[in-house]
Design a protein around this ligand. Sequence first.
Ligand SMILES: Nc1ncnc2c1ncn2[C@@H]1O[C@H](COP(=O)(O)OP(=O)(O)OP(=O)(O)O)[C@@H](O)[C@H]1O
Length: 236
Amino acid sequence: MLLSARAAAPAGLRSPASDAVLSVRGGAFGHGRRPVLTGVDLTVTPGEVVAVRGPNGSGKSTLVRGLLGLCEVHAGEVRLFDRPRDRFHHWHRVGYVPQRHTVAGGVPVTVRELVSTGRLNRLRPWQRFGEADRCAVDCALEGTALAGFDHRPLAELSGGQQRRALVARALAGDPELLLLDEPTAGVDADSQRVLAATLAGLAGTGAAVVVVLHELGPLADVVTRVVTLPAGAGPC
Ligand SMILES: Nc1ncnc2c1ncn2[C@@H]1O[C@H](COP(=O)(O)OP(=O)(O)OP(=O)(O)O)[C@@H](O)[C@H]1O
């Protein structure tokens, strides 16, 4: 399957490959020995918000995981910030919200504590958590409509609220590349609108966003490009 996502890019957003935050040529990703997607060509540049859509099982999560090296890469080279991914070490520049993430009920962590862990990659060894870090956490909480929830035990939040807390954790790291796998699943419309504004602001700073969505919803005005995976991409 050829996924020629670049072809749909608005002309104004195109830039030389060396400007790319993320690029892959001839990528093939799968699980174990089983490729799910092949012929993946994708370039994402600063300020873009790329939505990945497609039916259940079409490989959206596999694509995102493959870009991060979290599933099998059968072919192609993924580059992050113009470095081959296997030689890329600046993971503090990258945020990721997986599709499935269970919050352990037995861990007594507050929302603020969870979101604060998103700053850890930004701290140098032995560096104290400072004012700038606290501000970043506050912004992330506000940007996910969780201001006021910060001292609540995470385990006592609803599923949608926990999902927003996980997005907040990724945002707290001030990512220059943010990959979100269905961040709006189970999230109410008002909170989706807040998230849309937050992602627009992030992209406005030059960050690139790749977001898996079933419905664009309130993010429609923020998304600059849509990549649609065909049904039954399945094993090739
Ligand atoms: N860990 C895994 N091991 C083996 N096969 C997997 C694994 N995860 C996904 N698959 C298979 O890969 C294919 C694509 O799955 P993927 O989760 O990427 O699809 P998706 O488009 O994200 O689906 P959805 O919309 O349901 O989230 C499916 O056929 C699925 O069964």
